[in-house]
Design a binder for this molecule. Structure first.
Ligand code: FAD
Ligand code: SF4
Length: 462
């Protein structure tokens, strides 16, 4: 037991180097570092980390295997509860989940659970070996999964292991949802990590049909009536951007973070081999404080811009992962906190030239429990900028609900479910389309829950 040593530092690209490239920032642990970090774990009898993990990964058990250098066995334990360990190890907000509850964090530093999860997944991917797997007995029953983000992938994975014949329908030309089009390469490599994780699903026999927009190309009713699907899972996410509703938001040079990131990640604007139309500007202002805002700011920085991030609350309330904020600061993103945009000004040709902001102070807590920001009179000031990237959250696209009679949604368009079952018989839903924009692991957890509900439902039909 080596819990008296500090948390093993993970290797990263230096800030002044990584700020100019799109390669992954965090280099991860090597075997020796992982074993040393794993040796800090106390293997608690009542592990708080497990209760705090939305998919209840058997954390002490997978870490125990690392201690002994049994990386393949560790991977098998991880795979019982997650189909995307290389992704989760990289992007989960561990500081508020498993690591936030680790007993070692009370007096010192929590075990680096996320970095260990990532290490095991990367080790097995780099050193492939046929692992023992239970033989799948196919039942030939068809289930449609709509959307190939974490919710859809997790649901498809569990159902395929139960023997169902799964087809995932994805409206974009590549699968992965936000993992592919939203989270940048420097945080989550696409070819090396996301595509490899998706290949594991294809190896189970899961079919993925891209460029199929459910509700337009084909409806859910048609999938049931014409294609003989027995059940459907909707994991279509919450990808519709929201704008701040200020004067000037229609000027040239104002983008949603989703568009800016999609052009870079999915359409690879940063890569000279692609001629994706893309505008960044020399000075960029990003509005928002979540992971999406950090990703947009750090992407603009890598495209050579001087970046200012404007957020209306204080540093304490920034909703982004702590690691991403820390990386953004190190790389040179300038933070204007307690600041809110009130107008975007343009030049005579209709292009953005500046953003007018007002300073804020924090008042009483609002319904979210966070102190609400209040404008300070007379504190208006202007920031010169060539573009404004808006990262103020996303909404749900209602096309599926509108084309599926009897499907109930709430006032925000979120699909209403009871234990993942929607109001339409045989149709289940989970992930951001139910909760609104949330996290990868919560979406995966709901996808898994839906898989067992679908299994129960189909068995009840016999
Ligand atoms: P999505 O990932 O949105 O996938 C939905 C898929 O459905 C998409 O591929 C979409 O094209 C497809 N689709 C939509 N409509 C249809 C249709 N009608 N027919 C067919 N297909 C359709 N979470 C974290 O935990 N950590 C992070 O660091 C983090 N960073 C983020 C950074 C960015 C830029 C963004 C945008 C989000 C981030 N999140 C992060 C949030 C997280 O990615 C989401 O909560 C998660 O991806 C939701 O999964 P999902 O499967 O519900 O939806
Ligand atoms: Fe190990 Fe921390 Fe989990 Fe205890 S709470 S089992 S020390 S990771």
């Amino acid at each position: 037991m080596a819990n008296n040593i500090g948390r093993v530092k993970v290797r990263e690209q230096e800030p002044f180097i990584r700020g100019k490239n799109f390669e992954e920032v965090c280099l991860g642990y090597n075997s020796e570092e992982a074993i040393l970090e794993a040796s800090r774990c106390l293997n608690c009898k009542n592990p708080k980390c497990v209760s705090a993990c939305p998919v209840k990964i058997k954390i002490p058990s997978f870490i125990e295997k690392i201690k002994g250098g049994n990386f393949y066995e560790s991977f098998e334990i991880l795979s019982e509860d997650t189909s995307l360990p290389a992704v989760c190890g990289r992007v989960c907000p561990q500081e508020t989940q498993c690591e936030g509850s680790c007993i070692l964090g009370i007096k010192g530093e929590a075990v680096a659970i996320g970095k260990l999860e990532r290490f095991v997944a990367d080790y097995v991917r780099h050193n492939p070996k046929v692992l023992k797997s239970n033989e799948i007995i196919r039942n030939g029953l068809k289930v449609a999964v709509i959307g190939s983000g974490p919710a859809g992938l997790a649901c498809a994975y569990d159902l395929a292991k139960m023997g169902y014949d799964i087809t995932i329908f994805e409206s974009l030309h590549k699968p992965g949802g936000v993992l592919t089009y939203g989270i940048p390469e420097f945080r989550l490599p696409k070819a090396e990590v996301v595509e490899k994780e998706i290949d594991k699903l294809k190896d189970l026999g899961i079919k993925i049909e891209t460029d199929v927009f459910i509700g337009r190309t084909i409806t859910i009713d048609e999938l049931f009536d014409q294609e003989n699907f027995k059940a459907a899972f909707i994991g279509s996410g919450a990808g519709l951007p929201q704008f701040p509703n200020v004067i000037g938001e229609n000027l040239n040079g104002v983008f949603s973070a989703n568009e800016f990131l999609t052009r870079n990640n999915l359409m690879r604007a940063f890569d000279n081999e692609y001629d994706t139309p893309f505008f960044c500007g020399k000075k960029v202002c990003v509005v928002g404080g979540g992971n999406v805002a950090m990703d947009a700011a750090r992407t603009a920085l890598r495209c050579g811009a001087e970046v200012t991030l404007v957020y209306r609350r204080s540093e304490k309330e920034l909703p982004a992962r702590r690691e991403e904020v820390h990386h953004a600061v190190e790389e040179g993103v300038k933070f204007e906190l307690l600041t809110n945009p009130i107008e975007i000004k343009g030049d005579e040709k209709g292009w953005v030239k500046s953003i007018v902001c007002v300073r804020m102070e924090l008042g009483e807590p609002d319904s979210s429990g966070r102190r609400s920001p209040i404008p300070i009179k007379g504190s208006e000031f202007e920031i010169e900028t060539d573009s404004v990237i808006v990262a103020l959250g996303t909404k749900i696209n209602r096309i599926i609900a509108d084309t599926t009679p009897g499907m109930e949604v709430d006032s925000k368009g979120r699909i209403i479910v009871e234990n993942t079952a929607t109001s339409r018989k045989g149709v289940f839903a989970g992930g951001d389309v139910v909760t609104g924009a949330a996290t990868v692991i919560l979406a995966m957890g709901e996808g898994r829950k839906a898989a067992s509900a679908i299994d129960k439902y189909i068995k009840s039909l016999k």
